[in-house]
Design a binder for this molecule. Structure first.
Ligand SMILES: NC(=O)c1ccc[n+]([C@@H]2O[C@H](COP(=O)([O-])OP(=O)(O)OC[C@H]3O[C@@H](n4cnc5c(N)ncnc54)[C@H](O)[C@@H]3O)[C@@H](O)[C@H]2O)c1
Length: 271
């Protein structure tokens, strides 16, 4: 499969290494970034065999490389700017910056372009687990989705903490409780988890956020109550060994999705 990636940052680098290292069986036809030198560096570090990879700054260059699948690992702005156009060219996409789809206008544009181009939008489970069961449960009705996130206090913007009245946090402290759409405005780092849960369940999650000065991992606890089951999910994410800004699991989740989309004759496990 001919594959292109938008975003040569933390996640992009993990994906390029997996593709050029051979664990994802795909031909990397283009890399794109507003800082194309980042893509050049990745190609040079990991892709000695892929001398034909186009290094792009704009979408025209990427489309000229004729990818069959494009991975977005850049930003919400990139989803808004490029994804509808890519879909309308009949090219399927994998979207990492899923938080963009909490915006109804962007979601509508993406859905319409997907229909028009007969192309699919894939959203990996990212930093959480259990979206398969949440989607299944939604068929019988979901009453409530609750997300509790625990992070080291250093993971939060100090100005936001001060504004919320938590200038000094000495022990585990609940710094927010409320609707997910408000939570993501205050804590943009949570936006992808909230959006993925909202898309899978059809409900805006209720969110609690905790700051903890002693925590080394990012912990998400999710409870989904529905007619058929109550599902409890807990993930403790460690940062990627080389890219501390990204949960290792989020990058691994994208790699797994790419493997499933590119391998022929594979068995698909999980819904
Ligand atoms: N779904 C999940 O669970 C999950 C987990 C972690 C990160 N993410 C999201 O994935 C995205 C990438 O994460 P990352 O840690 O690799 O970020 P990063 O900041 O390390 O890398 C992003 C790269 O994309 C480039 N970029 C940004 N906007 C662009 C645009 N409009 N056009 C072209 N290039 C652009 C940047 O220059 C940068 O090189 C982010 O939006 C992040 O929120 C999702």
């Amino acid at each position: 499969m001919r594959l292109a990636i938008i975003g040569c940052g933390a996640i992009g680098s993990v994906l390029v290494e997996a593709i050029c290292g051979g664990s994802v069986k795909a031909e990397l036809v283009a890399l794109m970034d507003i800082y194309p030198e980042r893509c050049e560096n990745l190609a040079r570090s990991f892709c000695r065999e892929f001398t034909n990879t186009a290094i792009c700054r704009d979408l025209e260059c990427l489309l000229n490389a004729k990818p069959q699948l494009v991975v977005e690992a850049a930003s919400q702005q990139a989803v808004k700017e490029y994804i509808p156009t890519i879909l309308s060219h009949g090219i399927s996409v994998v979207v990492l910056s899923v938080g963009a789809l909490l915006d109804e206008n962007i979601l509508k544009a993406v859905k319409e372009a997907s229909r028009a181009g007969k192309a699919r939008v894939y959203i990996p489970s990212g930093a959480i687990a259990g979206l398969d069961a949440v989607k299944a449960l939604a068929n019988a009705g979901i009453d409530r989705v609750v997300l509790k996130t625990y992070k080291n206090v250093k993971a939060f913007d100090p100005e936001t903490l001060r504004r919320l009245g938590f200038g000094e946090v000495r022990e585990r402290t609940k710094i927010f409780e409320g609707r997910g759409d408000i939570a993501v405005k205050l804590f943009p780092a949570n936006v992808n988890v909230v959006a993925a849960l909202a898309l899978a369940s059809g409900q805006i999650p209720w969110v609690e956020v905790y700051a903890d000065p002693n925590l080394q991992r990012n912990i998400h606890e999710i409870v989904v109550e529905g007619k058929a089951s109550t599902i409890s999910i807990r993930v403790e994410n460690v940062p990627h060994p080389r890219n501390p800004r990204t949960s290792y699991l989020a990058a691994l989740s994208a790699i797994q999705l790419l493997k499933e989309l590119t391998e022929e004759g594979s068995i698909a496990v999980g819904t």
